[in-house]
Design a protein around this ligand. Sequence first.
Ligand code: C2O
Ligand code: CU
Length: 491
Amino acid sequence: MKRCHSQAPWPRPFRASLQIVTLALATTLIACRGKTPVEDPASQARKQLEQELSSAYSMNAPSASAVRSFELTAAPTSVQQFDGRLLDVWAYNDRVPGPILRVRLGESIEVKLHNRLPQPTTIHWHGVRVPNAMDGVPGVTQDRIAPGSTFTYRFTPKDAGTFWFHPHVRSSEQIERGLYGVLIVDDAAPLPYNRDEVWVLDDWRLGPDGQIDPRFVTRHDLAHDGRWGQLVTVNGDANQELVVRPGERIRLRLANTSNGRVYRPDFSELDPRVIAVDGMYARQPLRADGFELAPGNRLDLDVTIPLNAAGRSFPIIDRFTRRPFLLATLRVEGAAVQTPTFAPPSNPRVPIWSRAADLATDVTYVLDARRAGEHGIQWTINGVPWGEHTVTELPHAKWTRVRFQNDSARLHPMHIHGQFFKVIAKNGQPVDEPFFRDTVLLHRRETIDVGMVPLDWGRWMMHCHILEHADSGMMTEIDVREPEQRSPGDQ
Ligand code: C2O
Ligand code: CU
């Protein structure tokens, strides 16, 4: 049975189907002339999902009370890394990880980047809902910043949380060489944790000389899950040990800046709560075990050190691979402090979107590889690599169901710039992840459906965050724009 629409129907992302929609619209308009429009149940359901989201996070940035200015210089340098050895890297302000940039929600940020690298570069603010022109994607939102020149990024964060920044030019080389840092946006009124710690997780593939292996994007990396190094570091240290006091309550922010490696940290008896994923607070605090931290992901933990733990050490073990290893240690020393009591931060308005499961998929991205390109393997989205892609048009402020279908046997952490989304189904089974993400890991041959309401205008990248996969093609673009109002006969 045909129903009348009060508005143009959902614009499909692909040009081919637009024609069909236009045809259908023409028919509908003719059939409905003179009658009162009735909304079909699916568009009613979509409207409800949009409403459920509207209170969960803000459309606009708060008006800025102050500007925090930072200067970053990207340049080759040597740093004492791992066990004190000198390592040749590319770094922001001569350190790996780069400096932690910290602002408070309600402040603007201004970052002047000087490029002293032998290559052009940019900075992308991963997970931050910036104005499109500040997103750092060459050829899409800005020009490459040439060696010797400077570019100033300016924006006001809309969300408090843990974010990170990195180049978006030859990322597989530039990030691997050490160009990354964390951006923390503090809540307007931060909670009284005893400590706020950042752990940046990275791995390094070193050559026989102990230096970064300069063979980037190898055929082996492409045929597997990107570049996995033999040495894993936390904040650049292979034996990270955080000394804490009994009773302390710690906000521990983990960020995975590795090219390809996924982590599954096991905190065993410390039993922390996950309070935020990819920067954004979860609906309620969650158990941490089993959480997978794919490249790009962040996880904020609320950890309380037991009062009777003086003299003890708590190993944190990575269990993503079949060979578990020690990631870091929390060593407890000194006199006990009184544990501050407050409810862990949360965002109870993260939508459940229970009605989402029945709604049709609007966009499908099939992830796979083909034999082509300089390394013999190209990673593709819907059969084509970056450069041959079609821009997906997504209507602003409309609920959209996006399907990622992994037809390959490799991992793909899929990242969308400038937007958050929520996982609503895995392999066709409805799930309610009680948090937003900007990056979701697909395991081999897995299909994951996400719901999103794009609120931030412009052209944004959508890509695999295994940097070798991305640099060999696994990238595309979305364009968040005014829903198209097409009249019959329009093309
Ligand atoms: Cu951290 Cu385009 O990504
Ligand atoms: Cu991938």
